[in-house]
Structures are given as C-alpha cells and as structure tokens.
Design a protein around this ligand. Structure first.
Ligand SMILES: NC(=O)c1ccc[n+]([C@@H]2O[C@H](COP(=O)([O-])OP(=O)(O)OC[C@H]3O[C@@H](n4cnc5c(N)ncnc54)[C@H](OP(=O)(O)O)[C@@H]3O)[C@@H](O)[C@H]2O)c1
Length: 236
C-alpha cells in the first residue's frame, strides 16, 4: 500500500527538496505553498481557517487517507525592537501564527485523523537550531516559535505513542536557501561560516534526507526525538 504524505511549504528551499525526495512510485505526495502549483495546494497559513482548508483539500486529493504530516512552511521576518508597539506585536503574531499555530492546527487534525483511522501515523516538524540557541535581536519571535514547535512535538509524542502516532522534530542550522542567503548576507557572509565546524551551511537535501528517515524509517522508539542538522555549530 502506498504511503500518503502532506507537506507544507514545498514551493522552494527545504520544502522543494522534501518534495523531490518523496518522488517515488510507492508514495502519494501532496505539497503546499501560498500559491497553487503542480502537486501543491494553495493556503496562506497566516489566515484563520487556512490549515483546515489545506488539510481537507489534501485528504480529498489522497482519497481520504494521510499517513504522514510534515510541517515545513515557515517565515524568518525581522521584527526589530525599534518598531512601534503595534508593529512589533503584529510581527510577533504573524510569525507565531505561521510558524507555530498553523503547524499546531495541522498536527491536531492529523492526530484526530490518525486516531479515527486507528492505524497510527507520523508527524515531522521542521523547527530550527534557534529553538535551543536563540536567534538575533530582530528574531526573538522566530526562536520562540521554533522552541514552541519542539515542545509541541514532544507533547504529541508522549500523548499519542499508545495510538502508534509518532512525532519528531528537526532543527536545521543555516541551510542554503533564499532565506539563509539573506540571513548570511545580513550577518557578514562568509565570516559566519567560521562559527560552523563543518565549514559550510547545510544543504536542503541533507535536511530532506533526515525528514525522509523520520517520516518513513525511524524506529517507533525514536518518537519525541529532535534531530540537529547544523554542522556541529550548536552541539547539545
Ligand atoms: N533555511 C534555513 O537556514 C533554515 C534554518 C532553520 C530552520 N529553517 C526552517 O525550515 C523551514 C523551511 O525553510 P526554507 O529556508 O526552506 O524557507 P523558504 O525557502 O523561505 O520557503 C518557505 C516555504 O514556506 C512557505 N510559506 C511562507 N509563508 C507562508 C504562509 N504565510 N503560508 C503558507 N506557506 C508559507 C513558502 O511558500 P511561498 O513560496 O508560497 O511563499 C515556502 O514554500 C522553515 O520552517 C524554516 O524556519 C530554515
């Protein structure tokens, strides 16, 4: 029987690598981004109700069964402390909504679906090294959203292992995508690489390989695990 997968944020970067790695005859894969595309459902996860519409649309495309949810969509937008009170709050709300609340809404729908199907399922959440190390002064909210994602993952793992529902998180460091390019440039480019013992940032296909392992092959006893992919730039 084929494995049915829904992944968010697959139009580019790490998500595009995730979509590519699941391109296989024994997998039915539905991707997502803010705009529709081949194998992609459109949903702006900043909007209320978008997670439900995405989930229902994916279920429809996958004949009523999803086995694996991958929460990868995310934003890394600066919210400097010098903004007005209202702007700073808006920045926080937008990041928390897209990076954490929408992933939580989709995870809830997945857990309910997995319970209803009574055949278990897997959730893989793409968090960040920032969950453990923190981030820049303009990105408190980003680090907080990813730390929340890790805590949510552990809660799901502990709460539903008895139902064969497994949950994992991945914490990439810098990964060579558009988002990372901007970040590296804003931090002095190559100088930042000196902080990474491996001497380079991660490649999206390295993150995708870890996602694939957790989604398909990781032994059930690994549930609740958080996998680092950061070239030993943050070892814990
Ligand atoms: N790259 C890194 O250095 C790095 C490091 C640690 C963690 N991560 C995490 O890895 C994940 C992927 O990062 P990336 O670098 O590959 O990002 P990216 O290249 O910027 O792509 C982000 C993806 O999320 C989607 N997205 C953005 N805003 C959205 C919204 N409002 N509603 C729905 N989808 C939205 C984008 O869709 P559109 O194309 O439609 O905008 C795109 O598919 C993120 O969760 C990120 O936090 C990345």
């Amino acid at each position: 029987m084929s494995i049915h997968i829904l992944a968010t944020g697959t139009s580019r970067g790490i998500g595009a690598a995730i979509a590519a790695i699941f391109d296989s005859d024994d997998i039915r894969f539905v991707g997502h981004s803010t705009t529709a595309g081949p194998d992609r459902i459109a949903a702006d996860l900043a909007q209320a109700g978008a997670a439900r519409r995405l989930w229902d649309g994916a279920l429809d495309q996958l004949d009523g069964r999803i086995d694996v949810l991958i929460n990868n969509a995310g934003i890394f937008e600066a919210t400097p402390t010098t903004l007005s009170d209202a702007q700073w709050r808006d920045g926080w709300e937008r990041t928390i909504q897209i990076n954490l609340t929408a992933a939580a809404e989709l995870s809830r729908l997945a857990v309910l679906h997995f319970q209803e199907q009574d055949r278990g399922g897997r959730i893989v959440n793409v968090a960040s090294r920032a969950a453990y190390r923190g981030d820049s002064p303009d990105h408190w909210h980003y680090a907080a959203s990813k730390a929340g994602m890790v805590a949510m993952t552990k809660s799901i793992a502990r709460g539903y292992a008895k139902n064969h529902i497994l949950a994992f998180a991945i914490c990439p460091g810098f990964s060579m995508t558009g988002m990372a390019d901007d970040y590296l440039a804003s931090r002095g480019g190559d100088a930042l690489l000196a902080d990474i013992p491996l001497g380079r940032v991660a490649m999206p296909d390295e993150v995708a390989a870890a996602v694939r392992f957790l989604a398909l092959d990781a032994p059930p006893s690994m549930t609740g695990a958080v996998i680092d992919i950061n070239g030993a730039s943050y070892v814990r």
